[in-house]
Ligand binder design. Structure first.
Ligand code: S3P
Length: 435
């Protein structure tokens, strides 16, 4: 029987209960890569075993790093030290993951061997000059194909420290530079034009690296040695977001998301939903590791449309698809601006969302850097995910509130970030089937 590649969602059912979302994707990538070049065994609990992170793990294994699962959610990474990686026997395939490829480029730019990085059809279209330029300014040799993958990374380059102002706020670019900076000859400084997630800075410090933060300037101070540690990966806020919005627009009872990472560089959606009138309570847990964690309680809420404050957009950039669904269910118009980066994510998310919303009878208008959406009744219909996990999951949530069944095509990609999504939906009572 061919594997199912669609979801069919029917309205009705209940929507309440407790959800444990899988581990944070950004933190999992970083834990694998930094664990690989640390000294000793890094033990990771809650690692996201989604396809993106598994591709990163597979690439590291091909460079000689032993990475092993132990039971449900515990993994060990046997660090080979800063200079212990060896050349893989061919190109490294990072699958669908921009994070995997960009972060890996920083790590590999500093090695004694050549590497080639490739990915799936979507990743092969994504812009890579944003990492190649600063890495080459450090003395690395990173070649792209007209700005896109494959990345050909030459080994044996002596890296020099730089003081780099990033043209776009990007955690992936910042992290690639900081990873290369581990091997540079002095203090490297990166300045961001806006906030981006700071998981790399937090985790480098936890591994024992000196990282100084002064406003938007982040500096890494060598010499460095990374000491293996135990890492607890919190639940992924970006995965929790589907249930937070789902609960706001259609809960039949209280919904609790347990043990979710609530790093403020990630939780812009909470501020946006609060302005829209959402009833959400965040209960912080006792601090454990490098990242703040909380339980999030959500109740059904009457949402109203707003002009999303541009300052909150970077901290909610991955939540745009599900924010569009909140807007579709809100009263009045919601306007998102300053979100042009969405055009170069796993799909062009502005266009993919506009097409899907239109297919479900919601009136919206694309803008170069965002979209306006007029709230209304979500109708039944068919939506294409454009092979983008977050588009598929956002419309699955929309389907629970539609007048008639919703079919979503091309859903296998959900496994890149949220294995078990359908089970989690069934767990809160949604009527979803893989077909
Ligand atoms: C990520 C950074 C973000 C985000 C992506 C994950 C990361 O991209 O959209 O899903 O883990 O560093 P930017 O690099 O554009 O900030």
């Amino acid at each position: 029987m061919p594997a199912s590649n669609s979801y069919r969602i029917e309205q009705g059912g209940r929507w309440c209960g407790t959800v444990d979302v899988p581990g944070d994707k950004s933190i999992s990538h970083r834990a694998l890569m930094l664990g690989a070049i640390a000294e000793g065994t890094t033990r990771i609990r809650g690692l996201l075993a989604g396809e993106d992170c598994l591709a990163t793990a597979a690439a590291l294994r091909r460079m000689g790093v032993a990475i092993e699962p132990h039971g449900d959610d515990r993994w060990t990474v046997s660090g080979v030290g800063m200079h212990g990686l060896r050349a893989a026997d061919g190109a490294l395939d990072l699958g669908n993951s921009g994070t995997g490829m960009r972060l890996m480029s920083g790590l590999l730019a500093a090695q004694a061997f050549d590497s080639v990085l490739v990915g799936d059809e979507s990743l092969m279209q994504r812009p890579m000059l944003r990492v190649a330029r600063p890495l080459n300014a450090m003395g690395a040799s990173v070649e792209t194909d007209c700005g896109r993958p494959p990345l050909r990374i030459g080994g044996n380059c002596e890296l020099v420290a730089i003081d780099y102002s990033m043209p776009v706020a990007s955690a992936q670019v910042k992290s690639a530079i900081l990873f290369a900076a581990l091997y540079a000859n002095g203090v490297t400084t990166v300045t961001e034009p806006g906030v981006s997630r700071d998981h790399t800075e937090r985790m480098l410090r936890a591994f024992g690296v000196e990282v100084r933060v002064d406003g938007r300037r982040v500096s890494l101070v060598p010499p460095v040695r990374l000491q293996a540690l135990d890492i607890e990966v919190p639940g992924d806020f970006s995965s929790a977001a589907f249930f937070i919005v789902g609960a706001c627009i259609g809960a039949t009872g209280p919904v609790c998301l347990r043990n979710v990472g609530v790093n403020s560089t990630r939780t812009g959606l909470l501020g946006i939903l609060a302005e829209m009138g959402a009833q959400i309570r965040v209960e912080p847990k006792a601090p454990g590791g490098a990242e703040p964690v909380a339980d999030i309680y959500v109740e059904r809420s009457e949402l109203k449309g707003i002009h999303v404050p541009p300052a909150l957009v970077p901290n909610a950039i991955d939540e745009f698809p599900i924010l569009c669904i909140a807007a579709a269910a809100a009263e009045g118009e919601t306007l998102v601006t300053a979100a042009g980066e969405l055009r170069v994510k796993e799909s062009d998310r502005i266009s993919a969302m506009a097409r899907g919303l239109t297919a479900l009878g919601i009136s919206c208008e694309e803008r170069p850097d965002g979209m306006s959406i007029r709230g209304g009744q979500i109708c039944g219909g068919e939506v294409d995910s454009h092979d983008d996990h977050r588009i598929a999951m956002a419309f699955a949530v929309a389907g629970c509130n539609a007048l008639a069944p919703v079919m979503i095509r091309n859903t296998t990609n959900v496994a890149t970030s949220f294995p078990g999504f359908v089970d989690a939906m069934l767990g809160v009572g949604a009527r979803i089937a893989e077909v």
